[in-house]
Structure formats: C-alpha cells, structure tokens
Design a protein around this ligand. Structure first.
Ligand SMILES: Nc1ncnc2c1ncn2[C@@H]1O[C@H](COP(=O)(O)OP(=O)(O)O)[C@@H](O)[C@H]1O
Ligand SMILES: [Mg+2]
Length: 368
C-alpha cells in the first residue's frame, strides 16, 4: 500500500510537523507499506520532496527556522530540498496513486478539517479524525461547548469575540475580573502549541494578553487557571471500539507548558505512567473516551487534562486530533507503554482509516 505522509503545512507548527512526519516515515513497516512523503510549504504549495524528512528534534528545526528568519541561512527550504510539482493538491494526490493518506500536520490548514475535506472530496481514505472532529478539535470555544453538553468537567470560561473586545475592552476586563477572578489563561480559540497563550495573574496585565490573543484569532477563550495544576494526558485509539491508553503526565520545564517548554527547551519531563491512584486513572481513561466521542473523533486523539493536585479535581482541557508523533512524543509513547509499539500503532491507524472509509461506502446515498 502506498501511504501518503502529508507534512509541513501553513501553520506556526510547520517545524513540529517535520519532526513528527520524519518519525512516521521511518517507522512504517516497509514489508506492507511504501511511504510517499508530500510536503506542504509554508506558502501552501504541495510538493514531493526529493528525500524524505530526516529524524531530527523539533527544536533543531525551529532553531533553523529562526536563523533563516533572521537572514542567516538563505535559499534553504526548511532543510528539505523541495521540487514543486503540481499546484493543485487533489490532482497531485490522485496522480500519486495513494491508498491511504496520513496527515501529519499540526494546527490550522491541516489539523482543522481543511485537508480532511479535500481528502473526502477525492474519496481518499485518511488517518485520524474527519472534517467535523478536526474542526472542533481546533476550536477551543466550540470544543468547550460540546464538552459542556456532555457533562465533562471543565474550568469556568468565557468566550470573547474580537469585535466585542475592540468595542468594549473595559467592560470585558471588568466582567472577567468579577466573574472569573485571577489568575486566568487567555488563549486564541483556534491554535495549538501554546501560541498566543498568556497566564494573567492580575487585572493590569489582562488587556495586553487579550489584545495579543486577539491578534491570532477572532475568538478568545479566557479560563480560570487550575491551581497546582498537573498536566495529565491520555491517548485514544479506535473507530467504533475505542481504547484508552494508560495516562501520562507532562512536567513542564517552565511556569506552564508554553511553546518553548514544548519544543525548544528540552527540559520538560514525561512521566509514563502518570503517578495516579487507580480511581483517578480509571476516571482519566473514561473521560478521555467521553471527550473523544463528544467531538465525534475517529482513529486517534490525545486528550489532555488538568488535575488540581490539592483537591484532586480533574478537568478536561482539550482534545488534539493530530498529536505530536515523534518517537519521544506523548501519544506514541503512551501506546508503547500500553503494549502497542510505534510500528504497530501505525498499522492500526492505517487499518482504522480503511475501516472508516469502507463503512462510509456502505451508507446509502440515494433513496427510491
Ligand atoms: N486553565 C488552565 N490552568 C492551568 N494551566 C493551564 C490552563 N490552561 C492552559 N494551561 C497551560 O497552558 C498550556 C497550553 O494550553 P492549552 O489549552 O493546552 O493550549 P494548546 O492547544 O496550545 O496546547 C497547558 O499545557 C498548560 O500548561
Ligand atoms: Mg495543550
């Protein structure tokens, strides 16, 4: 089977995607699969790289991008020599005669349902969440509303539209101070990798944080900070039958798990399994599956939680439909610890993609 590995992308998480895709390409079982890497440039152009992406840490790629942005390195396409082929992505995917596409794209224009829509249009089986779950998983505001509808425990939050912010900033600041209090986290609704996120500890920093988040999206989510927060993550795999992995824990190297802590500074620690008692472990796994269903997920997702370490209150934070996929990333490591090695995980995800595609084919499309 020819597996198209789609990577790069028009998002701030371009470099992270290169690192994830390299690991996927290098772990596909070559006795069954032929990897076909497809690079999406930051400009949105699709091309077939001459060589597959190499396994490097996301931090190296990010450093490289930084140097390039500073003008130190020139004419170097993300470290991968690109040969632009066909500008029209759907024609390209069809011409390559792929059997399954694995989108290893993080963030907007990749994890948000746009690429999934293109693959649906050309009837191409693909790994992971469909259009709806991808879009919901990328929109923290809609995701929270679906969590609420499914009675999932979450922190108190408000959704603020950019236009309201622009017209009545003072009233909004007042409302946040009185209804949520401090500290709060301020986040753009549609983003990932902690981009645009600030922790605000007092009223005087709220305006700057709001304005910053509003630069990234037209909706801003403001939520109460969980005190003594521990970050618990659980991997979900499946289509009709869902399985939850053993939970893991991230111990960020910085005040919170921001972009630097995630990809640049490698001091963050993963604890697998997360040191939790049996009751909390069961709760995490149960809530992970419920959250996955709430957004209508399929294939895979990593469900993230915040645990108040003092009161042991557990809050669902978000679902990531294309989690990091490097060999040191949480999603594959959680499965490895749960008895599914990386190579086998890829097999399972490809099988699930085919299963979903076949099931959809059986649905009636006409009636007498
Ligand atoms: N309500 C909160 N309480 C405590 N920490 C938070 C809260 N919201 C976010 N954080 C911190 O910010 C990080 C990024 O927030 P998150 O909502 O996961 O955004 P992203 O989609 O960018 O990962 C989290 O991993 C956590 O460290
Ligand atoms: Mg997160």
């Amino acid at each position: 089977m020819r597996i198209g590995v789609l990577f790069g992308g028009r998002s701030g998480e371009h470099e992270v995607s290169l690192a994830s895709a390299a690991a996927v390409v290098h772990h596909l079982d070559l006795s069954h699969y032929e990897p076909v890497p497809i690079l999406i440039g930051k400009d949105g152009r699709w091309s077939q790289p001459e060589r597959p992406p190499t396994v490097v840490q996301a931090s190296e790629l990010i450093e490289h991008a930084r140097l390039r942005a500073a003008g130190t390195v020139r004419n170097h396409q993300d470290g991968i020599p690109g040969r632009p082929r066909i500008n029209e992505p759907s024609a390209m995917v069809q011409e390559l005669a792929l059997d399954v596409v694995f989108p290893v794209l993080h963030g907007p224009y990749g994890e948000d349902g746009t690429v999934q829509g293109l693959l649906e249009m050309i009837d191409m089986p693909y790994v992971g969440a469909g259009v709806l779950a991808s879009a919901v998983g990328m929109d923290k505001a809609v995701m929270k509303q679906l969590f609420a509808a499914n009675n999932l425990p979450q922190v108190d939050y408000r959704i603020i539209r950019q236009s309201d912010w622009t017209s009545t900033p003072d009233a909004i600041c007042k409302m946040i101070a009185s209804e949520l209090g401090f500290p709060v986290f301020v986040k753009p609704a549609n983003l990932g990798s902690s981009v645009g996120i600030s922790k605000v500890t007092s009223a005087k920093n709220l305006k700057a944080a709001m304005a910053y988040a509003a630069e990234f999206d037209r909706k801003v989510v403001v939520e109460q900070a969980v005190p003594n927060a521990r970050e618990i993550e659980c991997a979900v795999l499946g289509y009709n039958q869902l399985e939850a992995s053993i939970p893991g824990e991230v111990v960020p190297s910085r005040e919170f798990y921001d972009y630097e802590a995630k990809y640049v500074d490698e001091g963050s620690l993963l604890r697998i399994p997360a040191p939790l008692d049996t009751e909390l472990t069961d709760k995490v796994q149960h809530l992970a599956v419920t959250a996955f269903r709430a957004i209508d997920g399929s294939g895979m997702a990593r469900v993230d939680f915040l645990l108040n370490d003092e009161t042991k209150e557990l809050f669902v934070s978000e679902v990531n439909t294309i989690p990091g996929f490097t060999t040191v990333s949480m999603y594959p490591k959680l499965w490895e610890a749960s008895g599914v090695a990386y190579v086998e995980l890829l097999n399972r995800l490809i099988q699930l993609a085919l299963e979903k595609h076949a099931a959809k084919k059986l649905l009636r499309t006409s009636f007498p």
